[in-house]
Design a protein around this ligand. Structure first.
Ligand code: PLP
Length: 443
């Protein structure tokens, strides 16, 4: 009997005992290809010797020093490294221990920025439906996953939600991608106007939507319009690249492909690659300066922020990604994965859409390709696919609620940046078998 309150009470989980490269091994000796990096975390795969060595060295030097007393060399080096490669205008970082903490910090720093500037009336946050920004109360409030918010609604800060970019379902047949993006941008501008332009703090969005919809990028031009609208109304643009950032889509930051730079950006997951819990908030200089010249301190902190061991892990991960030119591999193998997925599922009766960027690919499962009708949620197709995949030694990240928070199923793939073409082939082959088995009684 376990004493852990596991994610699903009553479910028995295999015991992970080892990992190497893209493989994980359980106590029963089963091996799994980690084709989702857990939840888009393990970007270098498991047990990378150079990351372990950097962590061992840091551990031998110093495991922990509280940030109200000290800074550390490794944290300073990591901050320098991040800023050297950050989007334009970003000049400082705030370290945290994960994605939700990074979003909480973003929301509070955004609010404090306006308080420092003498605009305390700014109180509204706008985000998008069908998004996930984390599980703590602030992050949950801005997130747009209805079933997850429902029970906690009375505790959540007021937020406002606009439509996500969801081309597969929401672009009208007579509308170009450009026109669709423009319609969504106008919706955002309408929401800002409705609330009163000078009362809005920020617009929060995942650059490429991950867990809730399955690797859904924006249409061309959308984020440029969003940037422009935010600027016009003095609203901060907070990008959530916790899942899609740090190389996952083929560029270090997903926003590079949108040709925009955010005011605040949350990163985590692929930043530390799962070797230690770490996340960060990247901060535009004007925001840092407002606090520096105002109260002089961000009114926010955590005991473990800038943890030296976590910083050593993240620094090693980032150096290896550059040293081994892994972003090139993400682009090459990402294209290979997309191609193979389209070959395997392009005419599959229960796959409606294949989408994504780099090694961040999603497929949407449907009961009917023609009408795009989703499966009955009671069938729990996404859970079945996960079970069938695990039985075939494949880790993927399927989720339900794709369409509207209740209906719809998708599978998210986020393999490590070190994959090669034969491994990609095996992933697609096993995934195809898993989906066929999970949908066998619907055929
Ligand atoms: C886009 C996004 N933001 C925030 C989070 C929250 O991160 P964490 O689980 O590390 O708190 C996640 C986690 O999946 C995420 O995908």
């Amino acid at each position: 009997m376990t004493h852990i309150l596991h994610r699903q009470i009553g479910q028995s989980y295999p015991v992970a005992v080892g990992g190497h490269g893209a493989m994980l091994r359980d106590a029963a000796g089963n091996e799994y290809i980690d084709a989702s990096g857990g939840a888009a975390v393990s970007c270098l795969g498991h047990s990378h010797p150079d990351v372990l060595s950097a962590m061992h060295q840091q551990l031998d030097r110093l495991a922990y020093a509280h940030t109200s007393f000290f800074t550390t060399e490794v944290a300073e080096e990591l901050a320098d490294d991040l800023i050297r490669h950050a989007p334009a205008g970003i000049g400082h970082v705030f370290f945290v221990s994960g994605g939700s903490e990074a979003i909480e910090a973003a929301l509070k720093l955004a609010r404090q920025y306006f308080v420092e500037r003498g605009e305390p009336q700014r109180r509204h946050v706008i985000a998008r439906r069908q998004s996930y920004h984390g599980i703590t109360l602030g992050a949950l409030a801005v997130g747009g996953r209805e079933w997850q918010r429902k029970a906690f609604e009375p505790l959540l800060i007021e937020t406002h939600h606009v439509s996500p970019v969801y081309e597969y379902r929401d672009r009208r047949a007579d509308e170009s991608a450009q026109a669709y993006g423009e319609r969504l941008a106008r919706e955002l501008e309408g929401k800002i106007a409705e609330l009163g332009g000078d009362t809005v703090i920020a617009f929060v969005a995942e650059t490429v939507v991950g867990a809730t919809m399955g690797a859904v990028p924006a249409v061309p031009g959308y984020f440029k319009r969003v940037r422009d609208i935010c600027d016009r109304h003095g609203v901060l643009l907070i990008l959530d690249e916790v899942m899609c950032g740090m190389g996952r889509t083929g560029t270090l930051h997903a926003c590079e492909q949108e040709d925009i730079s955010p005011d605040l950006m949350a990163i985590a997951k692929g930043f530390g690659g799962g070797y230690a819990p770490i996340g960060a908030l990247l901060i535009r200089e004007k925001i840092f300066e407002a606090v520096a010249q105002g109260s002089g301190a961000f009114q926010h902190s955590h005991t473990y922020m800038g943890h030296p061991l976590a910083c050593a892990a993240a620094l090693a991960v980032q150096r290896i990604v550059r040293r081994d030119r892994l972003l090139e591999n993400v682009r090459t193998q990402g294209a290979c994965l997309a191609r193979r997925l389209n070959e395997r599922f392009g005419n599959h009766p229960f796959v409606g859409d294949v989408r994504g960027r780099g090694l961040f690919q999603g497929i949407e499962l449907v009961a009917d390709r023609g009408t795009k009708a989703p499966f009955d949620p009671a069938l729990k197709i996404n859970a079945r696919v996960k079970r069938e995949a695990m039985a075939r030694g494949l880790m993927i990240y399927p989720t339900g609620g794709t369409v509207d928070g209740a209906r719809g199923d998708h599978v998210l793939l986020a393999p490590p940046y070190i994959v090669d073409a034969p491994l990609v082939d095996t992933v697609v082959e096993r995934l195809g078998d898993a989906i066929d088995a999970a949908t066998a009684d619907s055929a």
